[in-house]
Design a protein around this ligand. Sequence first.
Ligand code: G4P
Length: 535
Amino acid sequence: MTTEIQTEIQAEVERRRNFAIISHPDAGKTTLTEKLLLYGGAIHEAGAVKVRKAQRHATSDWMAMEQQRGISITSTVLQFEYNNCQINLLDTPGHQDFSEDTYRTLAAADNAVMLEDAAKGLEPQTRKLFEVCKMRSLPIFTFINKMDRPGREPLELLDEIEKELGLKTYPVNWPIGMGDRFKGVYDRRKKQIHLFERSAHGSREALDTVLDLGDPRIEEFLDQDLYYQLKEELELLEEVGSELNFDEIHSGKMTPVFFGSAMTNFGVKLFLDSFLDYALKPGSHLSTLGDMPPEYHEFTGFVFKLQANMDAKHRDRVAFVRVCTGKFEKDMTVNHARTGKVIRLSRPQKLFAQERQSIEIAYPGDVIGLNNPGVFAIGDTIYMGKKLEYEGIPCFSPELFAYLKNPNPSKFKQFHKGVSELREEGAVQIMFSADESKRDPILAAVGQLQFEVVQFRLQNEYGAETLLDPLPYSVARWVTGGWDALNQVGRIFNAAVVKDSWNRPVLLFKNDWNCRQAEGDHPELKLSSIAPVVS
Ligand code: G4P
């Protein structure tokens, strides 16, 4: 019996690929997502995702806030089939004021696609997200977008990735021309030139003429200068470029690079094909029972994200669970590791953009949305069979800090209940000054949006009006040596001493410079930008 199940799970794991896109706003994430769905046959005409964005009706005030701002605060999971593979795209909030959700989503991803705008190269949000991928040694696939517009030289863009991110690059395809003269790409895998024709606004799959490099018809299609430039660049790549190395790709040390234009569909299909071949399949996860391979016969998973009150009327909460091992089936009864409770998973959901569909079964690498009546917290493990717990999800270094004040003493209870529940849910980190006379909680966020969401929800869900008093810090460091280490050092200039929700000491600095200075002056303190995992 066990082996039969394992064979089934193994076959499903084999055909699963899961990834998240990391990019800076405007690089083209929505457009690329749309095009991937188009090639995956999940939508038939590009524009559907955007249309969905625009036409979405507010089902709650919460949604109304998303709509007013014209942004997507919450992330969803897009699932589609391509070449008999099931692809799970873990969508991350695209807005500049991104939150910890974006980081946490990467904890559930097996691969990351780093999307760059060819004219801009690496941008701040991409760099931050890259750091999280690096911490997890995620394989990173780079898609350099907007080649149909004038941009930076391809070699210069590769150089930037190598130097600034310390990643080796391996261009899998190479652009032919750029801007108005962008003609297509050369596929180094099959040694073929793909010449594209633009379809009307890229709404249908691009027409693609494929030629071998020595094909005499090339002259009909390509200007001589472009052809010679291509040949020269390819020779250069062969001479000085790195060799394709799968171990390095899978350990996040080398990034396969693709050039294209999501808007006009150039290079999207080639990217998808190579991605399916190169990407990591769902793998093992570290737990208290050791490394758990996906084909382990019992269902297990962990919560990586909570989404609250999508529909305020129903006080609706969804916990997103990454399936790590076994087979998930609707109506299953599972154990909740943290509380020891037994829970029946009766309303599992998968999310396609904003539509929810019920799911019957899921396998490792999939994400399921569970109705969460306050049972789940970020990092929780659910399991069948032998008890185990997965590594928690770390708190990421916040960059914005503000005292949250309650101007209305009669709402004291609501204020504290709200703050504490939103903290548990992972909407924001809460810290307190080490100076006991300052009692107001400090909101610590990675994006401005988190402040707004917390204030909005405190008002709407708990009836507590609040005031924000921003603090002039931008860097948080956990003192890994604990209070003893900190107390021995005494006062540190230009830093505030606060404690996190687990009473651990955290230093807040005004800027990196101050932080580095403190590190230099007090090497014994051991400062960390990521909080130790609380289990
Ligand atoms: P995001 O989700 O990363 O924020 O980016 P999004 O896809 O919304 O794209 C940002 C802008 O860049 C959009 O233009 C989009 O059309 C454009 N874009 C995306 N991919 C390409 C590409 O390959 N080539 C070119 N030239 N442009 C691209 P917009 O004017 O803001 O919106 P829209 O009016 O086109 O919808």
